[in-house]
Write a protein that binds this ligand. Structure first.
Ligand SMILES: Cc1cc2nc3c(=O)[nH]c(=O)nc-3n(C[C@H](O)[C@H](O)[C@H](O)COP(=O)(O)O)c2cc1C
Length: 286
């Protein structure tokens, strides 16, 4: 694929992957791509664990599903992430950021706007939405052929210090290389983030991978090959819009917004909007 096509086609895959194991050469290509990323003083502070052992994946999946149910049931998730939710296609078009749950069972649709209120929460709980999402999430993770744990060397990662910030910056670049490589390899990738929200669950994952004390677990992803037939699940969301250049770029001084206009990546004055292929399932974490 042309570089800009890779950039444009990179996506988060929220749906199921094919059961096929990820080829060893592809696994290595991913971590080799990560290693090409820049890091301060070439410190390469990242460490990766490639997990293709079914039993460990199953345990991580259970923790992820449980975490999802808990966060959804007690309202933590909605309270924490409320600013990122959009309620209509029109709002999404105007803001061009955030995420829009565009697919849900019709019985829930009338309550879309109340989702962040106490009433909304009790309706969701009454319809068993947290349990459904938790079980969907467990299955998605359990059926992923590869889990990737991203860690930082604690000597390089000291929160609050500038070098700690640089390390996170470098890690982000490394992860983006992996993310782009998935687009090239016909693979998908998704954060397994819910356990991170619950410190004791995050520690359980550290134990599963026998992470030593001199490393810090920063992120967990699930990966696999994306099926041709991408069915949308019952609860699904989309986030394909990107801000127009005038919404995030300035020219010379921050008083002057960049003109919108055709560029190499998007080629459309309407703002970034990638091909609207029916997304892979999105009933997973958001
Ligand atoms: C730091 C970070 C955290 C994210 N956390 C999650 C997450 O918890 N679950 C998830 O499914 N996607 C997560 N994402 C993916 C974003 O939701 C996604 O990138 C965004 O909605 C744009 O969609 P796209 O990746 O398909 O372009 C995260 C992305 C980043 C960079």
């Amino acid at each position: 694929m042309d570089f800009f096509d890779v950039v444009k086609n990179r996506r988060t895959t929220n749906g199921p992957f094919l059961p096929d194991p990820v080829k060893p050469e592809h696994q290595r290509a991913l971590v080799e791509a990560a290693a090409m990323a820049p890091s301060h003083f070439n410190s390469q502070p990242w460490r990766f664990a490639l997990i293709d052992d079914k039993e460990r994946i199953g345990e991580i999946a259970r923790i992820s599903g449980e975490s999802m149910t808990k966060l959804m049931e007690d309202g933590t998730f909605w309270k924490r992430y409320r600013p990122y939710f959009r309620f209509s296609e029109a709002e999404m078009e105007e803001r061009r950021d955030g995420i829009f749950i565009d697919q849900m069972p019709s019985v829930l649709k009338p309550f879309r706007k109340q989702i962040f209120s106490n009433t909304g929460q009790s309706i969701m709980n009454r319809f068993g939405v947290p349990k459904t999402l938790g079980e969907d999430n467990r299955k998605l993770v359990a059926n992923s052929p590869l889990i990737l744990a991203v860690m930082l060397d604690k000597n390089e990662y000291r929160p609050g210090e500038l070098s700690g910030f640089y390390s996170v910056f470098g890690m982000g670049a490394a992860v983006e290389n992996i993310w782009l490589a998935t687009a090239e390899l016909g693979m998908g990738i998704q954060f397994v983030s819910t356990p991170m929200e619950i410190p004791e669950n995050w520690r359980r994952i550290e134990e599963i991978i026998s992470m030593p004390d001199d490393l810090a677990l920063m992120a967990v992803y699930r990966l696999g090959y994306v099926p041709e037939d991408k069915k949308r699940p019952t609860i699904d969301w989309q986030s394909r819009q990107r801000k127009r250049l005038s919404q995030f770029v300035f020219r010379n001084s921050c008083d002057v917004s960049e003109d919108d206009g055709a560029g190499l990546v998007d080629g459309s004055p309407e703002g970034f909007e990638r091909d609207v292929r029916p997304g892979p399932g999105r009933a997973d974490s958001l």
